[in-house]
Design a protein around this ligand. Sequence first.
Ligand SMILES: [Fe+2]
Ligand SMILES: [Fe+2]
Length: 255
Amino acid sequence: MKCYKPFAQGDHRWLVFSQDEHKPGSVVDTNQVAITSGGHAILLDPGGIEVFPSMIGALVQEVDLDSVSHIFLSHQDPDVGSGLALWRQVTLPGTMVHISALWPSYVAHFDSDTHFSPIPDEGAELTLGGTALRFLPSHYMHSPGAFAVYDPTARALFSGDIGAAILPGTPIRDIWVTDFNNHVQYMDGFHRRILACREARDAWVEMVAGLTLDFIVPQHGLAFRGQDVPRFLDWLSRLEIGSGVGAYRGRTARK
Ligand SMILES: [Fe+2]
Ligand SMILES: [Fe+2]
């Protein structure tokens, strides 16, 4: 598991754990993020059971586990948080897990003893040490109850599955997109299929375009910085989404 450090200002840091060379080949690669500030840490989409051993091994090189007071899940998928029971066992008892108010009773199937803090639809703020973080509504992008995390001080966004790329298996030694036009091929099919609501897509793009942003980190693939941030938003705003609907065409219930 590699650790990238896209932002550091004193003890306010963004750490991206990624490209786990030890994970089983059947498991999609995921980016796990830790934000530290003022002696506290929050884990964003800390990942599934399969990546837990590598993830915790990499995390403890950088972060004291006793400082992890919050965990954020962008949505309910297993690659986001099926390792919850394991995280509960290695973090202090008061650690809160923030997730859309739609999901605690469902995600409790991963771990019924987790302490959930349901996020209301309109979002919420969280103060981590001296840093104010915002949970931004991202509903239907792709889950009906989804949030992104905005850090106005780091000028950074964790976007969950939005902006995700499924990269080819060749070794990668960077976390940044360096050739956006070439990178589109790794995002295109994924977004066309997992997104279905144009109204939600348009609202999300408008919201994110209004933020001051130096970089965006998605849950899979590479991160966007500088001019690749508006490039990504422009690409997303034009994409034909809902491709799975095509499977219904020509079918009736009696066929
Ligand atoms: Fe997902
Ligand atoms: Fe995902």
